[in-house]
Design a protein around this ligand. Sequence first.
Ligand code: ZN
Ligand code: ZN
Length: 218
Amino acid sequence: MSRRGFCFGERAMEIDLLTVGEYQTNCYLIYHESIRDAIIIDPGFEGERIISRIKELELVPQIIVITHAHFDHISAIPELSAVYNLPLAIHRDDVSRLADPNQNFSGVSGCFISLKADIELEEGDLVEVPGVSLEVIHTPGHSTGSIILVNHDERLLFSGDTLFYKGYGRVDLPGSSSKQLRESLEKIKQLPDDFKVFPGHGPATTIGGEKNLIDYYL
Ligand SMILES: [Zn+2]
Ligand SMILES: [Zn+2]
């Protein structure tokens, strides 16, 4: 999980987006264009489609990282795990949610997902494959273990269900907190305006584009 000092020139990180399932979850495949080792972010549903895309792009997935343990971000993991032997990384404060179908709401949807984390993330950790490094920032509120993943080189982040295009995460769910979400949005607001935001649902945006909304909420 430490920085490994690869240097592959500039702007070569690729982002492949698959919008999956009835909740239209954004699953991202992240990789360096000339290396193909990939990070899978939030495989919510449609495991077969995600696997087809991985094969089509000739990627070698190395890790699954989850922005938070709600069922719409994790339900394809069993399908992926049947094909690939991948470590599963999530913030330590959502580890129990990942294992509990009542807390991750998969029980309500009738699919009862219970998963064990292999890597318990903390603030400041780096999720890396050769050529790509994502910094973990803990942004509780929507869930206690929600994170965003920031790539400073490319000036972008993956915001899960914490920040959307013209919106922010629900805080009316068991395990959510409006006070924590406010503090997390305050933290996200410190990032530069031009940083691109790739959310867990809906279109991409920028920090600057959402500042008015964040200020309104704060
Ligand atoms: Zn969620
Ligand atoms: Zn979601």
